[in-house]
Design a protein around this ligand. Structure first.
Ligand SMILES: NC(=O)c1ccc[n+]([C@@H]2O[C@H](COP(=O)([O-])OP(=O)(O)OC[C@H]3O[C@@H](n4cnc5c(N)ncnc54)[C@H](O)[C@@H]3O)[C@@H](O)[C@H]2O)c1
Length: 441
């Protein structure tokens, strides 16, 4: 902890979201002095009070415990004052994202953040971009802004590098430390300096690639291949359904092959990373005149999954002599993936919107998600009481203790359960004996 080079000790991390906060704390835990910069005042206030809703942990301690410790040790503080952070720090890490709105990317946040950094850049500063970007962004858009605003030359007066962020939410601390990290710089010295900085947190390989575009592109490919894999297993799920066998078992069997890695189908593809990935490739592909038909189709198919899930539910209800209009449906899980508090681009939310549009009365329970919704309730009992149907859309730890008798006792006679997460698969016979129609994905 104490053998950190003096030039690497002060770190400013721009963006204090799902990536930026745990990354800042990772640097602080290793002895750096870290400013976590964000533009959202309430977020900064909460963080400085030790409040975060992220479900991260490291070596047996929760992110809340780590945050409190680092605030007390004064190695970390959040701020909206980017200028102050840039004055105090010569290592600058950017984790500000590029949102996709209706298929179009919006660079405003990233550009504004880069402009501020450029305006306040000092000689010898190191800037490392860790946001996921459209290949080419760092050198074609961000570098000119930094040079123009600072009046300095990248690679000579200051150092500029790109390092892809590969963590999965929920495993952030561990993956910052033990996932191989890739970096490239505008020149060799930039890459070398960025590698030294990243090695404070990354305890496994920090690999230097030949160019920034290679790292930017590899990151987007990593995410797109998951999107395509999921589109494929969704088709597999429709096939196994027609064949009358369980998709999760088939995937488990197929994955015993050492060179096969099928992902599991769910109610959709959510979060900030995978649904956005295709839209980061598309603009560059258009510019280059490259066809991405398979990737495009996979994205379109995955975007339609919430609608398909509702159609399946509607069919199940019909089979039970019920209509979706007016049906009381309890939803378990509204996070974009299992064991997460993240409800950005969340398929369960999309599904609920469609259900409501079709006239269903939806009550949803997810103990991890803090966002308020008109359909959200605070207990499982409220969600499922007298329900005619249940949809399980995301798993949370609390759901593992659910007693199947409580479910059976709460539901209306002849209710249906569409379990996209295989949560109650072990009880399928009990459910069927109780007259409940039970279906996995
Ligand atoms: N969430 C993940 O698991 C994950 C994994 C790998 C890569 N990424 C990538 O990392 C980046 C960040 O993702 P995230 O999930 O942390 O997003 P996030 O939305 O949780 O965090 C981004 C933060 O940046 C802040 N911000 C916006 N403009 C700013 C500015 N000008 N200055 C300072 N802060 C500003 C926002 O207020 C927000 O809090 C994205 O590019 C994403 O694609 C995310």
């Amino acid at each position: 902890m104490d053998n950190i080079k003096e030039s690497l000790r002060n770190v400013a991390v721009f963006g204090q979201g799902f990536v930026g906060l745990p990354l800042s704390l990772s640097f602080a835990m290793r002895g750096c002095n870290v400013y976590g910069v964000d533009v959202v005042e309430n977020l900064v206030k909460d963080i400085n009070k030790g409040i975060t809703h992220h479900k991260e942990a490291f070596e047996g301690r929760t992110i809340q415990e780590i945050l409190k410790e680092q605030l007390e040790e004064k190695r970390y503080r959040a701020t909206t004052d980017g200028v102050l952070a840039l004055k105090e720090c010569n290592n600058i890490v950017v984790t500000v994202g590029i949102p996709i709105i209706n298929g179009q990317h919006d660079l405003t946040d990233l550009v504004e953040c880069t402009r501020l950094i450029g305006k306040n850049l000092k000689r010898e500063d190191l800037v490392v971009i860790r946001s996921t970007v459209i290949p080419g962004t760092t050198e074609e858009i961000l570098l000119p802004i930094l040079e123009e605003e600072s009046g300095m030359k990248a690679g000579i007066d200051f150092y500029l590098a790109y390092s892809s962020e590969r963590i999965a939410e929920g495993k952030a601390f561990e993956e910052f430390a033990y996932m191989p990290t890739v970096v490239a710089g505008v020149n060799e010295e930039s890459a070398k300096r960025a590698k030294e900085l990243l090695e404070i947190v990354c305890k496994t390989d920090v690999l230097i690639a030949s160019s920034i575009k290679v790292v930017e592109t590899a990151k987007v490919f990593e995410n797109v291949q998951r999107d395509v894999n999921i589109a494929m297993v969704q088709e597999f799920a429709r096939f196994t359904e027609a064949l009358g066998i369980n998709i999760f078992e088939v995937i488990k069997v197929a994955n015993t092959h050492k060179r096969v890695n099928l992902l599991v189908p769910g109610p959709g593809v959510g979060g900030y990373c995978i649904p956005n990935a295709y839209h980061y490739l598309e603009p560059k592909a258009k510019e280059l005149g490259v066809n991405l038909d398979i990737l495009k189709l996979s994205r379109e198919k995955n975007a339609k999954l919430p609608e398909i899930m509702v159609n399946i539910m509607e069919k199940l209800l019909r089979g039970a002599g019920k209509t979706i209009e007016g049906a009381k449906i309890g939803v378990l899980g509204i996070a974009m993936k299992d064991y997460s508090n993240d409800d950005r681009i969340s398929p369960p939310i999309e599904i609920i919107k469609i259900l409501r549009k079709k006239g269903a009365k939806v009550l949803a329970y997810d103990p991890a998600v803090v966002t308020e919704y008109p359909f959200k309730v605070n207990s499982l009992e409220e969600a499922i009481k007298d329900a005619e149907g249940i949809m399980v859309l995301a798993k949370q730890k609390e759901f593992e203790d659910i007693k199947i008798d409580d479910i059976i006792g709460s539901l209306q006679k002849g209710a249906v359960i569409f379990d996209t997460k295989n949560l109650f698969e072990g009880f399928k016979d009990v459910l069927r004996d109780a007259g409940i129609i039970y279906k996995t994905i």
